[in-house]
Design a binder for this molecule. Structure first.
Ligand code: SF4
Ligand code: SF4
Length: 460
């Protein structure tokens, strides 16, 4: 049954682009057997300074703290399994890359306070915040515009709940909410205690026959990727700059917070998609946090011709098959590496070539196309074609913004709206000059965050 749209506020996003990539996951759920190892990847958690709390050979339960943020030790990241710490890998400058746990056959769990529905309504909001922090899930609450971890000392202007993600490919709400409407409602009750305004939004394609789900959705977002990004949503609904620091949380993560508070144990259940043209079969998989990539994609190896991307085709990052799923990630997309040279590629009609440009015959091909990770050319000078502007969902002028950044003109870059950028990657994807626009904007935003937010002098 389709969502009832009557009670929802429509939000239309004009710019964007749907990447028609082959390998969409089927609406079918496969439950995986438990993995033998799980891991936490602190280097993949942005905006924290991790301090290690465990040693190799130590014993942990599911929910035992593995690292804490040095700037706020109450923000902790827990073990996604019980067993022995088998290894701790460090990168350059002692960056903690991964903490691997060899799992016990019998899982043992740390205990936290559990809360009835009535407790949720009656205890002070601050105590709820403390309970989520103590249970290691506060980092699921992110704060715009930088998407760092929400400041637990503040009451946000609003909390957005993002149910779906149109970037190829992420779990669909119908799949992860199936049979869990009550838990989702419990989580929504928690969020309503943390902020006066809680907005739940979904795309117009969404289907969910849960009454609770339908009753909670406040906005229906229409538009192409990345219309359902929380930063894009904020950009299109905000009435003033005081809303710029709204918080957001993903729908699946609402279930985790709810399970933690309700059951008093660290929840590790995750719905993960494995999709893309090189995945033998795109599926929704019921598994757990920190699962090995090789467990999700059996038979994967570093020598094969596939690239494994954790966290979505444009937002995500490449992982090796011997790596693990990060704290935030719920998808692995498998595409061809595509590093073979294409002779006379410019002279080919390109009927199967994914491209925003209308110079290839693929413009007449509506079928999903095989994406690869090849740049198909090298970076050249900007030709002022304006293509990046036509796709930008927050209507900034990317080509002028990067010029201001490269010329070190901070005020100009801010005036162009660089803080509204949602790092969707579309401008880089469509740029005929192969300029890594999104990377330039992302680096600027990270440096700006370090210089302003960390020293509490931010101007947003
Ligand atoms: S500037 Fe580029 S990365 Fe940023 S929102 Fe616009 S299209 Fe996306
Ligand atoms: S798409 Fe690339 S070449 Fe065209 S204006 Fe933007 S940065 Fe310049």
């Amino acid at each position: 049954m389709a969502l009832s749209l009557n009670h929802m506020i429509p939000v239309s996003v004009k710019n964007g682009y749907d990447i028609n990539c082959e390998g969409k996951p089927l609406s079918e759920v496969l439950a995986l057997v438990p993995p033998t190892h799980v891991a936490l990847l602190p280097e993949r958690i942005p905006y924290i300074k991790p301090r290690l709390l465990v040693k190799t050979g130590g014993r942990v339960k599911t929910g035992t703290p593995l690292v804490e943020d040095k700037r706020n030790p109450d923000i902790q990241f827990m073990s996604p399994g019980s067993g022995i710490i088998e290894s701790i890998d460090f990168g350059p400058r002692r960056v903690i890359k991964k903490i691997v746990v060899k799992c016990d056959n019998e899982e043992s769990r740390e205990r936290f306070d559990s809360h009835s529905e009535q407790d949720i309504q009656n205890i002070p909001a601050k105590r709820l915040v403390r309970a989520i922090m103590k249970g290691g899930l506060w980092a699921l609450m992110r704060q715009l515009p930088f998407r760092d971890i929400a400041d637990p000392e503040h009451v946000p202007p609003a909390i957005f709940v993002r149910l779906e993600n149109s970037e190829p490919f992420h779990p669909e709400p119908d799949m992860y909410l199936d049979g869990r409407a009550d838990l989702f409602q419990y989580g929504m009750n928690v969020l309503h205690r943390l902020a006066d305004r809680v907005f739940v939004y979904a795309g117009s394609h969404s289907h969910a026959d849960s009454k609770t789900f339908q009753e909670n959705v406040t906005h229906c977002v229409k538009g192409k990727y990345p219309a359902d990004d929380p930063g894009v949503f904020l950009y299109h609904i905000k009435k003033g700059s005081d809303e710029n620091q709204s918080w957001y949380i993903n729908g699946q993560d609402v279930l985790l917070v709810a399970a933690l508070l309700k059951n008093g144990t660290y929840p590790v259940e995750r719905m993960v998609t494995v999709a893309g043209s090189m995945a033998s079969r795109g599926l929704h998989l019921k598994t757990r946090m920190g699962v090995p990539v090789s467990h999700l994609v059996p038979g994967s190896s570093e020598t094969d011709k596939s690239r494994y991307i954790a966290g979505g085709l444009l937002h995500g990052y490449a992982v090796d098959p011997d790596s693990y799923l990060g704290f935030y990630e719920t998808s692995i997309t498998v595409i061809p590496k595509g590093n073979e040279k294409e002779f006379f590629g410019f002279a080919r009609p390109g009927i199967n070539k994914p491209s925003y440009s209308k110079t290839f015959l693929s413009v007449f091909n509506n079928r999903p196309l095989i994406m690869d990770s090849n740049m198909h050319g090298e970076e050249r000078a900007c030709i002022n074609c304006g293509t990046c502007t036509t796709v930008c969902p927050v209507e900034i002028l990317p080509q002028f913004t990067i010029k201001a950044i490269l010329a070190d003109e901070l005020e100009d870059a801010l005036a162009h709206g660089v803080l509204d950028c949602v790092e969707c990657g579309l401008c880089s994807y469509v740029c005929p000059s192969k300029i890594e626009i999104c990377d330039i904007l992302k680096t600027f935003r990270q440096n700006y965050y370090k210089e302003t937010c960390e020293s509490h002098t931010i101007i947003i």
